[in-house]
Design a protein around this ligand. Sequence first.
Ligand SMILES: Nc1ncnc2c1ncn2[C@@H]1O[C@H](COP(=O)(O)OP(=O)(O)OP(=O)(O)O)[C@@H](O)[C@H]1O
Ligand SMILES: [Mg+2]
Length: 462
Amino acid sequence: MARVMLSHPRVSHILVLDDDRAIRRTLEKFLSGEGYRVTTTADEREAVAAASGVDVVLLDLGLPTVDGLDVLEQLRKLDDAPTVIVVTARDDMDSTVKAIQRGAWDYVVKPLDVGRMRLTLRRAIEARDATRALRMLVEDGARDIEAGGIIGQSPAMRELYKSIGAISLNRASVLILGESGTGKELVARAIHRASAERERPFVAVNCTAFARELLESELFGHVRGAFTGANADRAGRFELAGNGTLFLDEIAEMPVDLQAKLLRVLQERTFERVGDARPLRVNARIVAATHRDLPAMIARGAFRQDLYYRLNVVVLRLAPLRERREDIGLLTRALLARISREMHKDVRAVSEEALSLLERYDWPGNVRELENVLTRAVVLSRGPVLTADLLPLDAADERAPNGEEPRADDAVLTLRELERRHIAHVLELTQWNKRRACSLLDISRPTLDRKIEDFCLARQER
Ligand SMILES: Nc1ncnc2c1ncn2[C@@H]1O[C@H](COP(=O)(O)OP(=O)(O)OP(=O)(O)O)[C@@H](O)[C@H]1O
Ligand SMILES: [Mg+2]
């Protein structure tokens, strides 16, 4: 006998928990209009009691007597738990990450955009059956996180926070892609801090910072006598990272033969110290980052395709600043506060003209360049207001169409001379605040000290 497949689809049931009566009314009207069955309540106990079997709960985080995140947890523990969409005015990275970690399906910020809400709900309901099948893969249970430092409220950044929340629940390798200065290292640290292993070490290796042999022994360690100069046993970064996170920065710069070795280590989860045969286990989570176009490098034979496939499982793409201009104001305010504090200046405001310039500029160097420009402006400013004359920027829409800048100095410099001048310039800019200089140059303090000595740089007395 032929079975009749469902001829009329089931009406999805949506429960709204919000203490704001006006929002309950609006949502009820909108959702019934969309053809859903709707229940609304302001009482979280009532909501939890009624939620089993409900398809979607729209949950407000800012409830008067209880934290919505706790309600979220209770809801997710129910048998036949509903899909929960957090709908809240609380618009920060911490709440977003926590909500996603505790099992929220999506995070929607008030005021509500009806079109987006419609789409989010449709997707949630479509995904519900699939989610039922997948739930076993997702570790339940709350993890308190302390993930700070990343600034941005643009849609791209909000999606990023959700991804960090989801990634923090497992130990899979992560590949972070993005132009220079988009915050790849910051994100690597945020992933670590959001994970259950946040008390364990976070160990970073910059693959450009070492010659090939040194890089190998940096990564895997060596035993005494393994090569000339190896006069003691030494643990590598894989070992030092232990159960924490190993951040392989500038992975594209790793020599191809080392890439092969790294691939083997990732596949077998074991490695040996250089000059030793004893296998050691890899327990650390691997986070790799690059600003390079890996597929293009693979095409030229400069990056191994097999390693790329291995790393390419969980990928975070950080958007360049010019694609999220709405974050520029926010970043400017936060960075200015930090820079002013560090430079012992008090720049409290930004003129309208200056902000408009910042918002229109193209930012090829992304957030690092913004930090640079603001540091310079803070140093040069003589009052509490940052004005446009302190910003040497050409707004994108005012530049020549081919984007070429006239060059002030056409002499061909050696790389070394260019480096010397640039370091001297940054030191002057930061008034020899070496911590800031390191951060702007993206080098370590020992590296900076070595270069100062090497180039015989000295502070000019005024
Ligand atoms: N979203 C953000 N909020 C606050 N600060 C940021 C953000 N993104 C980047 N920064 C700051 O900008 C600087 C550059 O960030 P980071 O070093 O993480 O970039 P990156 O992507 O690793 O760059 P590169 O490829 O050049 O190494 C750092 O000082 C960092 O703190
Ligand atoms: Mg970096």
